[in-house]
Each structure stands twice: as C-alpha cells, then as structure tokens.
Write a protein that binds this ligand. Structure first.
Ligand SMILES: C=C1C[C@]23C[C@@]1(O)CC[C@H]2[C@@]12CC[C@H](O)[C@@](C)(C(=O)O1)[C@H]2[C@@H]3C(=O)O
Ligand SMILES: O=C(O)CCC(=O)C(=O)O
Ligand SMILES: [Fe+2]
Length: 343
C-alpha cells in the first residue's frame, strides 16, 4: 500500500508507544500476547443441510447452530452457497477503497458518497496502549449503499454480498428463535436490509510492541455478525478466560452472536469478546456484515425474568458511541443489566 494511504498511526500514538517501549525495556517483558492462546477449531457447520429434503438432517443442522451459539457464540459455516467470485470481487473493491490517500479517506468521500465519519482509524480517545487499534475501517450503514442513486462497482459489489449474507443471517436468527420456542416474524419485520451495516477492516503491518491490538477486545453490537477474513489470521476469541486463535479457513464464513441476541435470549446465546492481533509483516483485510434492526426497535427478552431491561437499538448504539468517546472503549450489555435487590 502506498505510504500516503496509511493512516498516521505511528505519529499519532508516538507517546503511548514510546511509554510502552520504555516500560518493556525496563521490565524486560512484553506482556499481553503471553496470555494463553490456543489454536482450536471452532465448530464448522455445513449449512447446505438446511436445504435437504430429509427433515431429520435439517433439524440436526439447526441443533448444531443453536448448540454452537450457546456454547461458543462463534462458529464457522461452509457450503453456504456464496460463490468465490463474490469474495474476490469484494477484495478488489476493498483494496481500492483503502488505497486512496489518507487525506481523501478521512475527508468527506464524495466518490463513494460517504460522509467522513464512516472512516475510522486508530482510536481517537486512547489514553493507553490497550485502547489503541492498529487498523482502519469503513463502517457503512447499508442505507448509504441501498439508498444511493449512484451506481458503481463498489456499491454493486457490496449490495450483492449484503443481499446474499442477509438471507443467511435471517435464516440463523429464525433458527435460534425457533430453538427457544419462538416461531416469530420479529427478525423479518425489524431487521430490514437498510438497517444493517457493513464494516470493511484493514490491518496494516505493525512493526511495534506485540501488545498493540489490531482491533481491541470487544463484543459486536448486532444480532449476528457474518465475517469474511482473509488468509493472514489474527482473530481471537475469549472463551473460558483463554484467548483462542481462529484459524483462517478460505471456504468458511465466521458467524458471531452479538449483544442483541444475548439480550433477546436472556443470555442463552453468548456474545463473546473477540480481538484481532497485529502482524509485524503482513497486511490483513476482513469484512463484517452486522445484522441489525432499525433504531426504534425495542429489544425485549423472549423469556420472563430477563436479566436485561428493555432498550431500543438506537439507545444502545448511543450508549456505545458515548462510552467509546468518553472512556476509549465500549461497555455494552453490562450497562443494561437489571440490578435486582438493589435499594
Ligand atoms: C473503540 C471501539 C470502536 C468499536 C467499539 C470499540 O471499543 C472496539 C471495537 C469497535 C466495534 C467493532 C464492531 C462494531 O462495528 C462496533 C460498533 C462495536 O460494537 O465494536 C465497533 C465500535 C465502533 O466503531 O464504534
Ligand atoms: O477482522 C476481524 O477478523 C474481526 C473484525 C471484527 O471483530 C469487527 O469488525 O467487529
Ligand atoms: Fe467484532
């Protein structure tokens, strides 16, 4: 990537980085990455079984999806029916958009019809190295794409991908609801194509201390995320107190249960913390589709005695934005817990 395309991460965070270098030199210790990282295969589910005529096979596949969402909050799918051409087309467009000069990306991006706030890099309010993300991203509400009159290869490629993954996301949401005894039209009615988001991530090589994150630990603000990662690797999930590296599988998409499903299911399905670690030499790309409802949709648990109070998606997004601004990180669902017995 041309040097004028890279966000000025090293310059902007020079102070934080040099503080870390100095303290590592003094202690002779380069810590966080030393936390146990295990390489484990996430559950891999072949979703073509969902289209089989044999009801037993279909039900078995649905049960695997529900089990993985309860035990892991993460799984991979294969035989999902989205062709490799879609992913190679996306990669070309993704490289093109990040290749623009930094100045252009961070200003209003007329060519792609995005306002400047769609482009994110680093962590504007980071006060310590752990709040820094060595990456850049376009976080795009699909209204920007679907509502645009402009037609270019970028928007048509994203639209094509979004249309295909939205069918998968809705299928999984309906299955997870059904497994909780809820045959409902909630997702059909509230998670419209235009209320979802796409996030294009780019992780430049990071020649700095290994405790710099590519993307800091977080849970996803969505019902379900569908993630396409390239071959480089770096995604890790926090399960039972251990970071687990997700080995890239070129045939698979990663499915992540988000905060909204955890609240809706009253904790039955888990929204797990995950992060991306940096690579000293290789650049990495990923793309996430966030299956979300409209801002006015109220998230109410489908069970009685919920741990969480009801909230609208708009309210939740606002809390996340405020916390990231004020604290440098997202708090998320713990803020919506009902404190029973509190006086
Ligand atoms: C600094 C941050 C921005 C972010 C929340 C976080 O604390 C860490 C990850 C970011 C992320 C990634 C997934 C979603 O797109 C997002 C909305 C979220 O829940 O976590 C974003 C947050 C953001 O960009 O505001
Ligand atoms: O890049 C990845 O593998 C993960 C990205 C991610 O967690 C996100 O965009 O929310
Ligand atoms: Fe995420």
């Amino acid at each position: 990537m041309d040097s004028d395309s890279n966000p000025p991460l090293e310059e902007a965070y020079e102070m934080l980085l040099s503080k870390t270098r100095t303290s590592n030199e003094q202690s002779g210790f380069d810590d966080d990455q030393l936390l146990v990282v295990e390489m484990t295969e996430l559950p891999v589910i072949s979703v073509s079984h969902l289209a089989e005529s044999d009801e037993g096979r279909r039900e078995e596949c649905k049960s695997e999806i529900a089990k993985a969402s309860q035990e892991w909050g993460f799984f991979q799918i294969v035989n999902h029916g989205i062709s490799n051409d879609v992913f190679s087309g996306l990669r070309v467009e993704q490289e093109k958009i990040f290749k623009q000069p930094f100045e252009k990306k961070s200003r209003e991006n007329k060519f792609f019809n995005f306002s400047a706030d769609r482009y994110r890099w680093g962590a504007p309010t980071a006060t310590c190295i752990r709040q820094l993300s060595w990456s850049e991203a376009f976080h795009i509400p699909l209204t920007d794409i679907l509502g645009s009159n402009e037609s270019n290869t970028f928007s048509s490629t994203i639209e094509d991908f979004a249309t295909q993954v939205s069918i998968l996301a809705k299928t999984f949401a309906d299955i997870l609801a059904e497994k909780m005894g809820q045959k409902c039209s909630f997702f059909q009615e509230n998670c419209l194509p235009s209320s979802c988001y796409i996030r294009l991530n780019r992780y430049p090589p990071c020649p700095l201390p290994s405790e710099v994150h590519g993307l800091m630990p977080h849970t996803d603000t969505a019902f379900i995320t569908i993630l396409n990662q390239d071959h480089v690797g770096g995604l890790q999930i926090l399960k039972d107190g251990k970071w687990i590296a997700v080995k890239p599988n070129p045939d698979a998409l990663v499915i992540i249960i988000g905060d909204l499903f955890q609240a809706w299911s009253n904790g039955v399905y888990k929204s797990l913390e995950h992060r991306v670690v940096t690579n000293p030499k290789l650049e990495r790309f990923s793309m996430a589709y966030f299956f979300c409802p409209s801002d006015d949709t109220v998230i109410e648990s489908c069970t009685e005695n919920s741990e969480y109070r009801n909230f609208s998606f708009g309210e939740y997004r606002q809390e996340v934005r405020d916390d990231v601004q004020k604290l440098g990180y997202k708090i998320g669902l713990p803020k919506f817990l009902i404190r029973r017995g509190a006086t």
